[in-house]
Every structure is written in structure tokens, then in C-alpha cells.
Design a protein around this ligand. Structure first.
Ligand code: WTA
Length: 655
């Protein structure tokens, strides 16, 4: 690739890369005409793409409808009938791709054999498991919880739900039993699919006991248990059944249920600004359209590619780029069960070498972790098959970008920095590999057919070189979520109120001189901890449930590897109880309520936290304190300005 000098105000950002001739020739998109066509008539363009990319049983009668007075109430492909699993499996099998590998599954234990699962094998398993679910009473529209580690059954379960027109709700397997329970209740799930245990760094973790906590007191009638490790677990005869027993008797074929395009495909819970996670609802036809085209164009997938998206399937990235997208385009993907550095920090790179991965998609937090382990772990392996790299989940800093580009990509592979959210279903802002430019810390421009703008407090568009709030203009992307499950009020308030007529992303962004966009990060109380989305409110709620805690405030602190880490300020009911032991107990309590990913990196027992006169916690001041800012900003409007000095001393002492 040629390195073109680009004059910017940021000294470090002197790198701008363009696609090589080879990349341009190979890429699905390599000239700007697709952008022009999309801009002229985005609805017609996206409808054409929906038709080209997917098989519809019945064509829609209205491409797009959105009510001027209720912009959040938009619909794509009204009246169209489609089935997700048919599009991901049946049509490939019918088109002669039955023997193509759908995915390679790489287990965590190096002594265990990997599996290659062809499209036909996956099709067979999905058909059978759909019949199993049907027998358990699952019908179109019913919700099924999935609480599984990264094993093939998680994809089979999702696809089986989709086949029946049922709604899956996958819960990240590192979430606690309590978290699972909240989600199963909110989703009114009827069935849960889980496993006896999972492996984590060679150790066996009992998942079933979490699942037991999760289903207690819910409407879940059946629990299907995959035998992964074979260790002893508790068993409830009234509800529990083994996956392999049920599959033995299942029939081979299950007719796919074609649903109206706007029917729900899945609910995925994510953190918002309040304590309670939100059930993000995705529809079928719009989501699949976005998943199909973004997978194909961003990662430029062709028949000979091996695509590895490292995200856990419990997050949206795992849904769209570790399941739906690659299967819809008929690609071969890799699914890895384990931790990135187990048994050693060369594991990922050995995996790339062993399976000849060509396209690799991960998060900046992982890149920074590997940077710290050192180049020698990478250099041991031949990464020559890689041709394209992707980044997602948080802003990527310049140094991580350069290291990813040079050490992992060998200076050959463009980095596609994809900006999107659980709510958007698929990527919305990124450079396309055959078009470029690839610039460290810059995501790029709108995916064809979409338009985002950056505005100031008053909703006016900022000028190039300025920063502001990132908002989406209508027509809204087909992959956009369709609401928060059972909470329309919150849906409208959170996303559609601040900038009327637009979707509010809650992200800050900067418009560059060349019209590309750089994402600067969240402007609300959502944190990105090692790529995982967590809210300060959720953590505070969990801490406040500890019997000795009266009140708490959680803020993110920048971290060189994880991006951000939570720091907790806790006011105890009885301050004399403060001790290191209590800190440990609170951590244990957080593990139980949310899961270990939410552990604070520091806990301070304090007498008070800064509050406004109306009693609202001033997080701005706490954020400045943990960042180590010399100036924490004005304390004039505080009810209790004196507490700031005490906190400052504590934090400085710790730092
Ligand atoms: C952040 C993950 C910068 C952003 C797909 C967004 C990013 C939040 C990028 C959504 C990126 C995601 N550059 N920031 N390329 N991608 N983000 O729902 O703050 O887990 O709002 O979805 O991640 O996180 P979520």
C-alpha cells in the first residue's frame, strides 16, 4: 500500500494508507459509484440490496415507511416474508455449497481435536434442534434463552430459533446467574439452552449452577443442557434434559417458518445509562440485509477466505459477524472457544497460522494486550495468509493501530475500523477495503446508504475540524433496532428525544477535513471495559445491593490496555466497617450480581461523593479525579464541595 503524507494538526497522524492495486482488483467495491448511487436514493439502493443479497419468500409491498411525527416508528420491507436460517443455510446447500466449511471450531484445550462443520452438517443439526425446540413447545414469536460458551451448539441454537421464527436471547456466558435471571424474566423466556460447564484457561467452570440460579423463579419450563466437560452437575428432573438425548430422536427436517420482515429475530440485552439492562430488539429482514452487505463489503469475503471474528457470541459483534453475517454470505469462519492467551500469548497467532485465517476482526483492547506481551509471540508464527484486519468496540489509539498494521498485518493489510452499536445491528461507519483511505484512529465514512452528521448542543452541524454529537439521519438503517423490549418510553427518551427527528448514538465524534469521521467515545454513562459494554448505573445498583453499602458512585478511568476500567466510590452504612476484607467481599458480590467483567479496578470507601444541590452525583468531578486532572472543574454548584479535597487526597495517595 502506498503511504501518502497527510497534513493534520495531530503530529502523530501522518499516516494515510490507500488500497493496493491487488486489493482494488479483488474487492467487491472499489470505486465510488456505489456511494453515489446510494446517496441519490438511499431507500431504492437498500431495497435493491435486500433483494440481491437475500432470498425472500414473498416480496415486500412497501420498501420503507417512517412517520414524520414518530421518527422512531420506522419500518423496512413491509409485507416481505423471510427466514434467517433459510438464508444462512438452505440456499447454500441448494446452491452446491453443501460441503463447504461453514465454520472451523477450535477448542480451548490444545489436546482436543478441532471440528470442521460443513454447511450441510450445520443445516442438519439446525433442522434437528429446531424440531427439538418445537417438541418442547417453542413456537413462532416465543423467546428462548441461550447461555452457552463458544461451542458449535450456540450457533445451532440461534439458527434453530430463527428457523422456527422464535426469538433468541443470548446471554454472555461470563454473566452471573443473577444477570441471566433478570434477562430471562424480562424476555419471558420459555426454554433455556445451556451447558454443564465451560473451560476457562484450562479450568472447568460450572455453568449449570449459574443456569439454575438463572431459571429459578422464571417462566422457563425446559432447560436443555449440552454436555461440554462431563463434570458432575446438579440436575432437576422436572426441567432439565440433555441436548444429546433430545437430538437422538429428533427428525431430520424442519420446515422454515417465513416471518414478516419486521418480526423479531432476536433480543440482546445491553447496558444503558440506568441500572437495568435494556433488551435491544432486532427485526428480521432489515437486520439480515445489514448483516449481509456489511459482512461482504467490509471484510471483502470471497469463497477462499477464512474469517475470524474474535468476539464472544454473547455480544452483538458475535451475533452479526460471528454468526449471521458470515453464514448469510456463505463464507467460512473460525470460532475459538478459549481465552486469547491460553496456554500462552501466542495462541491466537498460532491459530491464525494453523487455520490460514485471511480476515481477522478484533477489539483494540486485545491488540493493546498483545502489544504488551511483545512482538516475539507474534513473530513465532507465519501470519502471511492475513489480508485484511478489522477493529471494533472502542476507539483505537494511534499506537495500537500502527502495531496492528505493522506487526500483525505485516504492513500489507488494511485496517477496517468499524463503528457501530448493539442498537445498530451492523456496522455503519467505516472505510471499505477497496476504497480507503485507512487512517489511524479514523473510522471513515458512512456505509453506503447511510448518513450520520455531527452536531453541537443546539443540533447544528459542526464544521470540519470540530467535534460534537454523532447522530443518524433518516432514512434509518435497515439493521437498526426496533425498540427496547417492553419499554417504549425508554426507547423514545434515550434515543429519539435530544435531537428530534434523528437517532442519538450517545457517541462523540469529530469531523475531519476530508469528511471522514473519528469517533471519540461515549458521551453518556456507558463504559467500555476491555471492549465490554457496562454502565456505571448498573454497577452502582449492584454495589448498593450489598448489605453494608449505603450509596455508591462509579466512574470510568482510562486504562492502557482495557481502554477504561470502573472505579467505585462507596459510602458505607457504618464507616467503621471499612476494610480490605470488605473490598474483597464487595468484589465477590459484584461477581455474583453481574459477573467478573464488572469488577472495579479500585474501590474507595468515602464519607461523601460530590453532589448537586438537588442531590445528583456529579460524576464529572469524579471522572476528573480518577483521571488525575489537576483541575477538576468548578465545584461552585455543589451541595458538598468540601468532600472533593478528601477524595482528591485519597485518589492521589492511591495513584
Ligand atoms: C463504541 C459494539 C470507536 C461506541 C459493536 C459505541 C466504537 C459502543 C467503535 C457500542 C469504533 C464501537 N470506534 N468506538 N470502531 N465501535 N464503539 O453496543 O462508543 O457493545 O457507542 O457495540 O462502542 O458498543 P456495543
Amino acid at each position: 500500500m502506498k503511504n501518502v503524507k497527510w497534513v493534520v494538526e495531530d503530529e502523530k497522524r501522518k499516516h494515510v494508507y490507500w488500497p493496493s492495486e491487488h486489493m482494488k482488483k479483488r474487492a467487491w467495491v472499489s470505486d465510488h459509484s456505489v456511494y453515489q448511487e446510494a446517496e441519490k436514493d438511499p431507500v431504492a439502493f437498500l431495497a435493491k440490496k435486500a433483494h440481491e443479497g437475500l432470498d425472500w419468500k414473498k416480496k415486500w409491498n412497501t420498501e420503507y415507511h417512517h412517520d414524520e411525527h414518530k421518527p422512531w416508528d420506522f419500518k423496512w420491507f413491509i409485507g416481505g416474508e423471510i427466514n434467517a436460517s433459510y438464508n444462512a443455510l438452505d440456499r447454500h446447500v441448494k446452491a452446491g455449497k453443501a460441503d463447504k466449511t461453514a465454520f472451523i471450531w477450535v477448542p480451548e484445550l490444545t489436546e482436543e481435536a478441532p471440528k470442521k462443520i460443513t454447511y450441510k452438517e450445520l443445516y442438519d443439526e439446525v433442522n434437528k434442534f429446531a424440531n427439538v425446540l418445537k417438541k418442547l413447545g417453542v413456537k413462532r414469536g416465543d423467546r428462548v434463552g441461550i447461555y452457552l460458551p463458544m461451542i458449535p451448539e450456540v450457533i445451532v441454537s440461534m439458527m434453530a430459533c430463527a428457523r422456527l421464527g422464535a426469538v433468541h436471547s443470548v446471554v454472555f456466558s461470563a454473566f452471573s446467574g443473577e444477570s441471566l435471571k433478570d434477562r430471562l424474566i424480562d424476555a419471558d423466556a420459555k426454554v433455556l439452552v445451556t451447558a454443564d460447564s465451560c473451560y476457562r484457561r484450562g479450568k472447568v467452570l460450572d455453568l449449570k449452577s449459574n443456569a439454575d440460579i438463572g431459571v429459578a423463579g422464571t417462566d422457563v419450563e425446559h432447560v436443555v443442557v449440552v454436555k461440554r466437560t462431563g463434570n458432575a452437575i446438579t440436575w432437576n428432573d422436572a426441567k432439565d434434559q440433555w441436548w444429546h438425548d433430545l437430538m437422538k430422536d429428533a427428525e431430520d427436517y424442519c420446515e422454515p417458518e417465513f416471518v414478516e420482515s419486521n418480526e423479531t429475530l432476536f433480543i440482546l440485552y445491553t447496558s444503558g445509562t440506568t441500572g437495568k439492562p435494556k433488551g435491544i430488539v432486532h427485526d428480521t429482514g432489515g437486520y439480515l440485509t445489514q448483516a449481509y452487505w456489511t459482512t461482504k463489503w467490509n471484510f471483502d469475503l470471497h469463497d477462499d477466505d477464512i474469517f475470524w471474528c474474535t468476539a464472544d457470541i454473547g455480544w452483538v459483534t458475535g451475533h452479526t459477524y460471528g454468526c449471521y453475517g458470515p453464514l448469510l454470505v456463505g463464507a467460512t469462519m473460525l470460532m475459538f472457544e478459549g481465552a486469547p492467551d491460553y496456554p500462552d500469548p501466542g495462541r491466537w497467532w498460532k491459530t491464525v497460522e494453523d487455520y490460514k485465517v485471511t480476515v481477522f476482526y478484533t477489539a483494540p483492547t486485545a491488540i493493546r494486550m498483545f502489544m504488551k506481551f511483545g512482538d516475539e509471540w507474534v513473530k513465532k508464527h507465519d501470519l502471511g495468509t492475513l489480508r485484511l484486519l478489522g477493529s471494533v468496540g472502542e476507539p483505537i489509539n494511534h499506537d495500537a493501530w500502527m502495531w496492528y498494521f505493522e506487526v500483525i498485518g505485516g504492513g500489507r493489510c488494511p485496517i477496517i475500523d468499524t463503528w457501530w452499536q448493539t442498537e445498530t445491528g451492523g456496522t455503519l461507519i467505516n472505510t471499505l477495503p477497496g476504497i480507503g483511505p485507512f487512517i489511524p484512529t479514523v473510522s471513515g465514512r458512512d456505509f453506503p446508504g447511510k448518513k450520520h452528521v455531527i452536531v453541537n448542543e443546539e443540533g447544528q452541524e459542526v464544521k470540519p475540524g470540530e467535534s460534537g454529537y454523532l447522530i443518524q439521519k433518516p432514512p434509518f438503517a435497515p439493521g437498526m433496532f426496533r425498540g427496547i423490549h417492553k419499554d417504549e418510553k425508554k426507547y423514545i427518551e434515550n434515543y429519539w428525544t435530544r435531537f428530534p427527528g434523528h437517532y442519538d448514538t450517545s457517541d462523540g465524534a469529530r469531523l475531519n477535513e476530508d469528511d471522514t469521521i473519528r469517533i471519540t467515545g461515549r458521551v453518556d454513562d456507558v463504559m467500555k471495559v476491555a471492549g465490554h459494554r457496562l454502565s456505571t448505573g448498573e454497577l452502582e445498583d449492584a454495589i448498593n445491593k450489598h448489605p453494608l453499602a449505603r450509596e455508591s458512585a462509579v466512574v470510568p478511568k482510562p486504562d492502557n490496555i482495557k481502554g477504561e476500567v470502573p472505579v467505585a466510590f462507596i459510602i458505607l452504612r457504618d464507616p467503621s466497617k471499612a476494610s480490605e476484607e470488605l473490598k474483597k467481599d464487595i468484589v465477590k458480590h459484584i461477581d455474583k450480581t453481574i459477573g467478573p467483567i464488572a469488577r472495579p479496578s479500585e474501590i474507595y470507601f468515602v464519607h461523601d461523593v460530590p453532589k448537586t444541590r438537588s442531590g445528583k452525583i456529579m460524576r464529572r468531578i469524579l471522572r476528573a479525579l480518577v483521571r488525575g486532572d489537576a483541575d477538576v472543574g468548578s465545584t461552585i454548584t455543589l451541595m458538598n464541595p468540601e468532600c472533593v479535597e478528601e477524595l482528591k487526597k485519597m485518589v492521589q495517595h492511591h495513584g
